[in-house]
Design a protein around this ligand. Structure first.
Ligand code: ZN
Length: 416
C-alpha cells in the first residue's frame, strides 16, 4: 500500500521536537508552561504556519492552528493532543498526535482539498498534570472547566500556575475570550501511542479506540505525632508512615482482586514530614490513582478504599484528610467515527482491532462537548512516561495515514 502522507517529513519533525528538553539519548523533559514548553510550542507553531494554518497561542497556553473550510460558520473538526511531557518522559507521547494531525492536514492542503467545515489542530497545554498535580489543563480551560483556585496551585518550587502562565507569555485577562462555545466543535480526533502492551501482544501496528477508562486522583494525608526514633516505645507511636504503608499495600490488593479486570491503582508520589531517619514521621501525604472501565466496580473499590483509610487511621491513632483532585467517568468513543475509521482502514487493506484506553487523554474532556474518536499506535512493551518509550516509524505512519483518510471522509461534503 502506498501512503499519501509524507513519512520522512513527519519523522524529521518528531526528531526535531524531541531535541527540545532532551534528556539522555531518547528522553524528554518539557514540563508544562516551562521555557522548553514555550520553545516547543513556537517550533510547532512555525510548522503550522508554514503548512498554511492560521496559528495562535491562547491564554491557557494552547497552540491552535486553523484551516478555514468551505463553511466557516459550521462547527469545526478538531484534531489534537499535547506536546508537554513528564519530567522523565519519552518523545512520542502526545507529540505524534499533534505532528500526525499536522501531517494529515498538510497533505490535504497540498492536494488542494477543500474541507467542508474548518479544521483546527490543537496542542493542548499541560495534559500531563505532573507539574501542578492536575492535568488536562488547556483542554478544560477552553470549555470553562477550571476549578476554583486552580491558578493558585503551586509546583515543587512554589511557583503558582498563574505565575507560570504569565512567564510562558499568556495574557490572563484573555482566559474567557479563549473559551469555546458549546456546539463550536463537531468532533475531535486524537492519535496517540497506546501506552500499553495490547497492540504489541496482538501483533497489530494500530488500533481503533472504543473508549477511555476514567481515573480518580486523590491526595491522602495522614497526621500522627513526631517523636524520637530511639525513645518512643512502639505501643505509644502515632506513625503516619505506617498508616500510609498499610493503605498503599491494601489499595494494591483491592485493585488486583478481580482477575483479568482492567482495574489499576497506583501510589506514585509520597511526601514525608519531617523526613528524617531518626524522627517518627508526623505527616505523610500520598497520591492515589484509581482507574476502571467499569464505573460501578470503580465506585465500589473507592468506597472500600475510604473505609480502609478510616480503619487504618483509627488503629494507628492518626487523623487524615482525603482531597479529590480529579474524577472522570469512563467515556465511550462515537460509533459514527469508529465506523469512518474502520472504513478508512479497509481502504488501506487493514482491519485494526478495537481496544480501550487505560490512560486518559485530552480526548477525555473533549468527549463531553463533541463526538470523538481515537487511533492508537503500538508502542514497544507498552512503555511510556519513560525515556525508553518507543514507537516504530512504520507504525506511526500507518496511524497518521488512517487519521488523514478519516479526516478526509469526515470533511467531505457527504461526511462519510
Ligand atoms: Zn499523552
Amino acid at each position: 500500500m502506498s501512503l499519501s502522507i509524507h513519512s520522512s517529513r513527519l519523522a524529521n519533525r518528531i526528531q526535531e521536537l524531541a531535541r527540545i528538553g532532551q534528556i539522555g539519548e531518547t528522553g524528554v523533559c518539557r514540563l508544562a508552561h516551562s521555557p522548553e514548553d514555550r520553545q516547543a510550542v513556537e517550533l510547532v507553531k512555525s510548522w503550522f504556519e508554514a503548512a498554511g494554518l492560521e496559528a495562535r497561542i491562547d491564554a491557557f497556553g494552547n497552540l491552535i492552528g486553523r484551516w478555514q473550510g468551505r463553511n466557516p460558520e459550521a462547527p469545526v473538526l478538531m484534531l489534537g493532543s499535547h506536546i508537554d511531557s513528564q519530567p522523565y518522559g519519552g518523545q512520542f507521547d502526545g507529540t505524534i498526535g499533534v505532528l500526525g494531525a499536522l501531517e494529515a492536514v498538510q497533505t490535504l492542503i497540498e492536494e488542494g482539498w477543500i474541507p467542508d467545515m474548518s479544521i483546527e489542530i490543537t496542542a493542548f497545554a499541560d495534559e500531563e498534570g505532573c507539574r501542578f498535580n492536575k492535568g488536562l489543563f488547556g483542554v478544560r480551560g477552553i470549555w470553562g472547566q477550571l476549578e476554583e483556585g486552580e491558578l493558585d496551585r503551586v509546583d515543587k518550587n512554589g511557583v503558582t500556575r498563574r505565575q507560570a502562565l504569565q512567564e510562558f507569555g499568556c495574557d490572563l485577562d484573555q482566559l474567557i475570550a479563549s473559551s469555546y462555545r458549546e456546539g463550536q466543535v463537531s468532533a475531535y480526533l486524537e492519535l496517540h501511542i497506546e501506552q500499553g502492551p495490547l497492540l504489541e501482544e496482538m501483533k497489530e501496528p494500530i488500533g481503533i479506540v472504543t473508549g477511555i477508562s476514567g481515573p480518580i486522583w486523590l491526595t491522602v494525608e495522614f497526621s500522627g505525632f513526631a517523636g524520637h526514633a530511639g525513645s518512643v516505645p512502639m505501643k505509644l507511636r502515632k506513625d503516619a508512615m505506617l498508616g500510609a504503608a498499610k493503605v498503599i499495600t491494601g489499595l494494591n490488593e483491592l485493585a488486583s482482586r478481580v482477575e483479568g479486570a482492567p482495574t489499576v491503582s497506583t501510589v506514585g508520589s509520597v511526601a514525608v514530614f519531617p523526613d528524617s531517619r531518626n524522627i517518627i514521621p508526623e505527616r505523610v501525604v500520598f497520591t492515589v490513582d484509581l482507574r476502571d472501565i467499569d464505573l460501578e466496580r470503580r465506585n465500589r473499590l473507592e468506597a472500600e478504599l475510604y473505609d480502609m483509610i478510616h480503619r487504618v487511621a483509627l488503629e494507628g491513632g492518626l487523623t487524615y484528610t482525603i482531597t479529590e483532585d480529579t474524577r472522570s467517568d469512563p467515556r465511550y468513543c462515537t460509533d459514527r467515527i469508529k465506523k469512518v475509521m474502520s472504513n478508512s482502514a479497509a481502504d488501506m487493506g487493514m482491519q485494526p482491532p478495537e481496544l480501550m484506553s487505560g490512560p486518559f487523554h485530552d480526548a477525555l474532556v473533549m468527549s463531553y462537548h463533541c463526538d470523538y474518536g481515537m487511533i492508537f499506535v503500538r508502542c514497544k512493551e507498552g512503555i511510556s512516561h519513560n525515556p525508553a518509550e518507543f514507537a516504530a516509524m512504520e507504525d506511526i505512519e500507518l496511524g497518521v495515514e488512517l487519521l488523514y483518510r478519516t479526516v478526509k471522509r469526515m470533511t467531505s461534503v457527504s461526511g462519510v
